[in-house]
Write a protein that binds this ligand. Structure first.
Ligand code: KIV
Ligand code: ZN
Length: 514
């Protein structure tokens, strides 16, 4: 079996998803989980984009020991120097240089002729080679680049010192047959092609990112780039979990495999969803809530008789273990601790006490507390955001014949308790207007979504919001049995994150890749 290297760009291309902006601690938390997943190469960011990005990449480079850490760079000396600075403490650094090669990009974006593109990229690779042993070069929009020119560019990159040539389908335009053919052509026409690795980087605009990545593997690609949950620019990137499970499930067919620790997939997916605020759709392959749910009678009957009738991957493969121990309001601290260990949480004494208090509160409202409830409860807070605002109380008056109004009490750091009342066109709107009055923050609600964590009338509701202020966005999450309280908590969480971003110098919200 051929090994397929996995290059994760959740922290770079994934972070280019609208509304996603990870801080340094969040990047490190995700990177450490990617390391546990066994990712070979982690693209941690684009250091030249902002001082905040550079810091984020350096923090990941210092924290991760068992993966190559990569920084993105345009084909320009100041960008390359920024990557050098960001990766100076990395055990295994790599620079990812790119320059667009397609006729559309050459004409309209770069205003360069083919020769200039070749010279600019070559100069950048040669400059970078003085400082990096590992260099990946990407001809951006390779999918729409003339094949003979792509061969020329790849040949130049090899001669200049690149160790990986990545073929991006930047706009998600390729079909599997066309994309596969690019790899086949490069493999047969470019001299010394076997001295480097070929990589595939696909976008999902036509829903073909995974199919294209697999076609690349069939035609000789050594590396697949992608993100967890398939997040990324526009419709997103290849979902790493999809490629990994396709290879694991159909290894005989593909004759290729990854060295990922598949049991970490569910946990990694949840972490990325939590920290980016990007909810995973229920029907998402591999990691969606319904990916292993069998609804129709015929399917359920088949599953009871023999699982393989309708199940090609077991939930355990990706680390979804439903433990037998069901908790309720009479469960004690010992049982709760056992459950946490079962679910893979390793909490210190203080955290355990806080979690147990939350569990008791939840068990008072919910007859049985399942694994998903516990996960949602423990993972409610987005990491380490200083709490300028803490929601203490909400009171809502609602009637379908009257105007809803809400009163909220919020503890404001350094200013004590504040309370205010507001009306709205619905209960959630009234709560959000009241919070705005208390905080005095002028924010726009960019996105609001709600989902039920489990089934039943007493299920926990999980709310995600995205707030925007002066071009800066932040997401927040709230989980409660009462969806109005969950909505209020998500809003206050997002406000705290917005303030945290405002107070962190050198952040960027929009990355220019020109
Ligand atoms: O999609 C793309 O072309 C990219 C490059 C920077 C590799 O993300
Ligand atoms: Zn991309």
């Amino acid at each position: 079996m051929r090994k397929i290297y996995i290059f994760d760009t959740t922290l770079r291309d994934g972070e280019q998803s609208p509304g996603v902006n990870l801080n340094r601690k969040e990047k490190v938390e995700i990177a450490l989980q990617l390391e546990k997943l066994g990712i070979d190469r982690i693209e941690a960011g684009f250091p030249a984009a902002s001082p905040g990005d550079l810091e984020g990449v350096s923090a990941v480079a210092r924290a991760v020991k068992n993966a190559t850490i990569i920084g993105l760079s345009r084909s320009r000396i100041p960008d390359i120097d920024a990557v050098r600075e960001a990766l100076k403490d990395a055990q295994d650094p790599c620079i990812h240089l790119f320059l667009a090669t397609s006729p559309i990009h050459r004409k309209h974006k770069l205003r360069m002729e083919k020769q200039q593109v070749l010279e600019t990229a070559e100069a950048a690779i040669r400059y970078a080679k003085q400082y990096f042993d590992k260099i990946e070069f990407s001809p951006e929009d390779a999918g729409r680049t003339e094949l003979d020119f792509l061969c020329e560019v790849t040949d130049m990159a090899i001669r200049a010192g690149a160790t990986v040539v990545n073929i991006p389908d930047t706009v998600g335009y390729m079909t599997p047959a066309e994309f596969g053919n690019i790899f086949k052509t490069l493999k047969t026409n470019v001299p010394n092609i076997e001295s480097i690795q070929l990589s595939a980087h696909c976008h999902d605009d036509l829903g073909l990112a995974t199919a294209n990545a697999l076609a690349a593997i069939q035609n000789g690609a050594d590396q697949i780039e992608g993100t967890i949950n398939g997040i990324g620019e526009r419709a997103g990137n290849t979902a790493i979990e999809e490629v990994a499970l396709a290879l694991a499930t159909r290894s005989e067919y593909y004759q290729a495999q990854t060295t990922l620790n598949l049991k970490e997939i569910a946990k990694t997916s949840r972490l990325v969803s939590k920290l980016t605020g990007m909810v995973v759709p229920g029907n998402k392959a591999i990691v969606g809530a319904n990916a292993f749910a069998h609804e129709s009678g015929i399917h359920q009957d088949g599953m009871l008789k023999e699982k393989t009738t309708y199940e090609i991957i077991s939930p355990e493969t990706i680390g979804l273990v439903e433990s037998k121990l069901v908790l309720g309001k009479h469960s004690g601290r010992h049982a709760f601790r056992e459950k946490l260990i079962d679910l893979g949480y390793d909490l210190g004494e203080e955290e355990l006490n806080a979690a147990f208090a939350k569990f008791k509160d939840l068990a008072d409202k919910k007859k049985t507390v399942g694994d998903e409830d516990i996960r949602a409860m423990l993972e409610e807070k987005l990491v380490d955001t200083p709490e300028v605002y803490t929601l203490e109380k909400i009171q809502v008056h609602y009637g379908n014949q009257s105007v809803p109004h809400a009163t909220v009490s919020i503890a404001v750091a350094g200013a004590g308790m504040k309370e205010d009342t507001a009306e709205g066109n619905g209960s959630v709107d009234a709560i959000y207007n009241a919070i705005d009055k208390v905080t005095g923050e002028a924010v726009e609600l960019e996105d609001y979504s709600i989902k039920s964590v489990t089934h039943g009338k007493d299920a926990l509701g999980e709310v995600h919001v995205v707030l925007k202020q002066n071009g800066v966005t932040a997401s927040g999450r709230g989980v409660r049995t009462d969806i109005l309280e969950a909505s209020a908590r998500a809003y206050v969480d997002a406000l705290n994150r917005l303030i945290d971003k405002r107070n962190s110098p050198g952040r960027r919200d929009n990355m220019s890749l020109i």
